[in-house]
Design a protein around this ligand. Structure first.
Ligand SMILES: [Zn+2]
Length: 415
């Protein structure tokens, strides 16, 4: 049975927890002020936790308040949920406290035609926000310390978003992105990289309901958080990379295989010098440096069918448009009836990123199978994590690790 216990006569602290404060900040090579006023606001980030779910579980052993957040988000003409622009309409966002609770045992959240059901409590079918006074809210077995927003979608399913401070989010990300046994400077370099990536996404998606998806980075909320990562985030608070005074997407990946790749080739976007690819020279120890796989041709046809609609038997595959890091821009797919090309990164994700570790590979025909010999793991753009670990153990400082992988950058303290 699910039970929510209402709280009576309680004075709960309703604010979000303060962001971590800096105790010591590494000295920056250049003391530039942030050129971008947008980045100066100690930023909150909205992280997509769940989308298109009919139900999910929630639990909390901490007091919390539920707010109605009417009109905070609206669907635009394309059905995209955006933050409400108060200048374009008379409709004002309303945030009102609905009820306070002292805890909630594991309960199912679901949607009816007129209500959001939260265990045995019901709320009008509007966006609601759950604000913990302290402690954490558990969503489907993962703990989060930020505010949780539950938003009914147009298709009768939910979006679940955590709103929290970027620095808090980064502690969770860094804890899961690299082993905490790695060199301190490697972990610091990873932290600055992840912060740059995150703040770029926030800037890019500022008017949307969420800025970043939980799965874009290895974020597991508070559930996997390490004190080492918390310390690295504190030490580097607010520090980001810029190029030509602009923040850019600080891409990173596991292992480049010898040379990082040009973002222009992989993501078909404008290339800039920090993301154009550099010789790495430090990731030979990674077990993903070289790999090989055999994959059934039938399996490849099946996995590609959804996007190609082509069920003809596969004759051969050929990586083409090879970039400076050896990664393919496209894959030529030759079947019994036609030949077509596909974006190599999309091809990799459809085959399965754990099967086809990267797009830097050669292919040989093995009858019913293809044999793939590859290099590295991930898209190959930006910092190579295994290479950065080698650099850290060799005594390189975090600033120098970043300048190796992202040539031409400046480091600034945005806030
Ligand atoms: Zn590398």
């Amino acid at each position: 049975m699910t039970v929510i216990l209402p709280l009576t006569n309680s004075c709960i602290k309703l604010r979000l927890k303060e962001p971590v404060t800096t105790t010591t900040t590494p000295e920056l090579p250049r003391d530039l002020s942030s050129p971008d006023q947008e980045l100066k606001r100690a930023p909150l980030i909205r992280v997509l936790l769940l989308k298109n779910v009919a139900t999910f579980n929630i639990a909390a052993d901490t007091p919390f308040t539920i707010y109605s957040i009417k009109n905070k988000f609206t669907y635009n003409g394309n059905g995209k949920l955006t933050t409400h622009n108060t200048t374009s309409s008379d409709i004002k966002p309303i945030e009102e406290s609905l009820k306070e609770y002292d805890s909630i045992v594991s309960s199912v959240v679901e949607l009816t035609d007129s209500h959001i059901l939260l265990g045995n409590e019901r709320f009008e079918r509007d966006a609601i926000k759950i604000v913990p006074s302290d402690g954490e809210i558990k969503i489907n077995e993962t703990n989060y310390s930020g505010d949780i927003m539950i938003i009914p979608q147009l298709n009768d399913k939910f979006l679940v978003i955590e709103e929290t401070y970027v620095e808090n989010f980064l502690s969770g990300v860094v804890s899961s992105e690299v082993p905490m046994s790695w060199a301190e400077d490697t972990i610091l370099a990873q932290t600055v990289t992840a912060r740059t990536f995150t703040l770029y996404q926030k800037k890019r998606h500022d008017t949307e309901a969420y800025h970043i998806r939980k799965l874009d980075l290895a974020y597991k909320g508070k559930s996997n958080e390490s004190a080492i990562a918390v310390e690295a985030v504190k030490k580097s608070e607010g520090i980001i990379m810029v190029y030509d005074q602009q923040i850019f997407p600080g891409y990173f990946h596991s292992t480049c295989g010898g040379h990082t790749e040009d973002a222009g080739l992989v993501f078909k976007k404008k290339s800039i010098p920090p993301l154009a690819g550099v010789p790495c020279g430090y990731c030979e120890d990674s077990k993903y440096y070289r790999w090989s796989r055999e994959i059934n041709k039938n399996e490849i046809v099946k996995k590609l069918y959804k996007s190609t609609g082509n069920s003809n038997s596969l004759i051969s595959l050929k990586p083409i448009d090879i970039g400076p890091g050896g990664h393919a821009g496209s894959i030529k797919i030759h079947t019994s009836k036609k030949e077509h090309e596909m974006n190599a990164n999309v091809f990799r994700l459809q085959i399965g990123p754990k099967k086809l570790l990267s797009t830097a590979f050669t292919i040989s025909n093995n009858g019913k199978k293809v044999k793939i010999n590859g290099r590295g793991w991930g898209h190959g753009v930006g910092l190579c994590q295994f290479g950065s670990q080698k650099m850290g153990t060799l005594g390189f400082k975090w600033e120098n690790i970043l300048k190796h992988y992202y040539p031409g950058i400046d480091l600034i303290k945005a806030y």
